[in-house]
Design a protein around this ligand. Sequence first.
Ligand SMILES: NC(=O)N[C@H]1NC(=O)NC1=O
Length: 211
Amino acid sequence: MNIIIFIVLMTVTCWLRLCLYHFKFAGSFSLSKRNKIKKMLISEVNALGFEEFIKIFGNVVEMCPLVAAAVWSNLPFQDLESLQNSIETFVDQLPLAGKAGILRCHPDLAGRLAAADQLTDESKLEQKAAGLDDLTPSEKFQMDSLNTRYKDKFGFPFVICARENKKDAILKGLAQRLNNDKDQEIHTGVAEVKKICWLRLTSIVSTKSSL
Ligand SMILES: NC(=O)N[C@H]1NC(=O)NC1=O
C-alpha cells in the first residue's frame, strides 16, 4: 500500500515539475525570441542605403513605397519623430487625388484579401489586434455591407487605425463616417494613415534613440 502511495506521489511530483519547467522555460524562450527582434537606432536608420531603407520602411504607409523613397532624401533624421514628420509633410503636400490614392492602397478591413490570406504582414497583425479575424457572421455581414456602401460613396476604402480600435468601434466608426463628405473623409482617412504609420515605425525603430 505504502509503495502505491509512494509511486502516486512520485508521479504527481514529476508531473508538477515538468509543468513548472515548461512554463518557466517556454515563457523565457518566447520572451528571448521577442527580444531578439531588436529595434533599430536612429543612427542605424541614417546609415541605410536607399534600397535597404525601402526594404525596411517601404510599407510604413501601406503599399506605398514611394513615400519611403521620397523621405530617404531627407536623411539624416534627428529622431523617430523627425522621420514621421518628414513622411507626414510629404503626404500633406500631395493633391487630394494623391491622398485618395494612398487610401486606395489600403485593403478593406476583414475583406477579400484578409479572407484569401493575402494581406501584408503589417495589416494582418493590425486587423488581428482589432479582432477582425474573429467576426461573427452578423458582424461580417455588417462589415461587408458598410465597406461596400463606403466605397460606392467615396471611391476609396474606409481606413482606420485598427491597432487603436476594436471591432465594435470600427463598425461604429464606419457607420458614422459614411455620413461625411468626400473631402472630410480624405482628411480623416489620411489622419488614420499617419497613426498607422507611426505605430509601424515604432515597431521598427526605438523611440528612445536620438542623435
Ligand atoms: N482599411 C484599413 O483601414 N486598413 C488598415 N488599417 C490598419 O490599421 N491596417 C490596415 O491595413
